[in-house]
Design a protein around this ligand. Structure first.
Ligand code: FAD
Length: 296
């Protein structure tokens, strides 16, 4: 099922993200965790692509398994910055053969080598180059892209970032998934700005439940997200107690989701990080809201 069909429906949706294993020895464990998450019947599941493409083969295996065994729509991530056109064309063929209909087209993070290299020599400098390649391949994918309510860390300013986002949409990106954020007001302001800039495709906010204190610094470092005082207090107070921190993190994320739904957002994506218990807790907290939302 193409995600655009799903995103246009007049009802509330909740989707989850999983990531592939780094080695073959972990494959069965990860496969099992993703199947448990899929069994909760989210609207779709996205499967990330290992940085630099190292685990690309597993992205496809996990996505294909969820699609064909559990029958949950899937979104396969694909990055391009460290790839050659030949590799990308092989990936496109492999995705088609696996029955993948939805692709999140990403640039990928720059490794230190790539960051210091002459970027003009790269085959794919930006996600928009991958979107153009996907479109010209003749494959009938529904293509999504990433966006950043607090701007991408490499961008000089939000205006520039949104200008480049518009290029992705104009190139054929049909929906956008946001970077994590911990203050919904940032999302609402961002939505206003991108709509003003002429970007009208569906935007799916990405919510990350922080379930242990160690995750906090890493998440903030990678995403550059603003940490509201309310959330920082919660980490300071419960961070040293794993069970309490987990509960507080899940409830904080659930609260963000409820606020988004209450303010007119219909689709929310949760970075569930291969944790079936976290996905199940969020789904359970939202069960009546999602039921009610299916009759909107
Ligand atoms: P782009 O859209 O290319 O943007 C990157 C930067 O370049 C931005 O600052 C942008 O403003 C700028 N830019 C874009 N076009 C131009 C232009 N023409 N001229 C000048 N500047 C330009 N990484 C993974 O490795 N695997 C994953 O599975 C993965 N999944 C992700 C899912 C989501 C929802 C998000 C938000 C991120 C994900 N990432 C993933 C991380 C992502 O690869 C990084 O954030 C990466 O640094 C940027 O990718 P992008 O597709 O947003 O890049």
């Amino acid at each position: 099922m193409k995600l655009t069909g799903l995103l246009e429906q007049n009802q509330l949706h909740l989707s989850f993200e999983v990531f592939p294993p780094k080695t073959s020895t972990l494959f069965e464990d990860v496969k099992q965790a993703t199947e448990q998450i899929a069994a909760l019947r989210p609207s779709y599941i996205s499967v990330t692509y290992g940085a630099g493409g190292g685990t690309s083969e597993y992205t496809l295996k996990i996505a294909e398994n969820l699609l064909k065994t559990i029958h949950v729509p899937t979104l396969a991530h694909l990055t391009c910055v460290s790839s050659t056109p030949q590799t990308i064309r092989e990936r496109i063929r492999a995705m088609q053969n696996a029955g993948i209909e939805n692709v999140l087209a990403l640039r990928g993070d720059l490794t230190p080598e790539l960051a210091s290299a002459d970027r003009n020599r790269l085959d794919y400098r930006y996600a928009v180059d991958l979107i153009r390649e996907l479109k010209s391949s003749g494959a009938d994918f529904c293509i999504g892209g990433a966006c950043y309510p607090e701007k991408h860390p490499e961008s000089e300013n939000t205006v520039e970032d949104i200008r480049h986002l518009k290029e992705k949409v104009d190139a054929g990106c049909e929906f956008l998934v946001t970077q994590m954020f911990f203050d919904n007001n940032l999302l609402y302001r961002y939505l206003y700005r991108i709509r003003e800039a002429g970007i009208h495709v569906p935007v799916i906010p990405g919510i990350m439940p922080i379930t242990n204190a160690n995750q906090v610094d890493r998440a903030i470092r990678l995403s550059g997200s603003f940490m509201p005082t309310r959330f920082r207090s919660l980490v300071d107070r419960f961070g040293s107690s794993p069970a309490a921190m987990k509960q507080a993190g899940i409830i904080y994320a659930t609260d963000q989701i409820i606020d988004l739904y209450a303010n007119g957002v219909r689709n929310v994506h949760v970075y569930t990080m291969n944790k079936p218990d976290v996905a199940a807790a969020i789904m359970s907290h939202l069960s009546d809201i999602l039921k009610e939302g299916s009759a909107l």
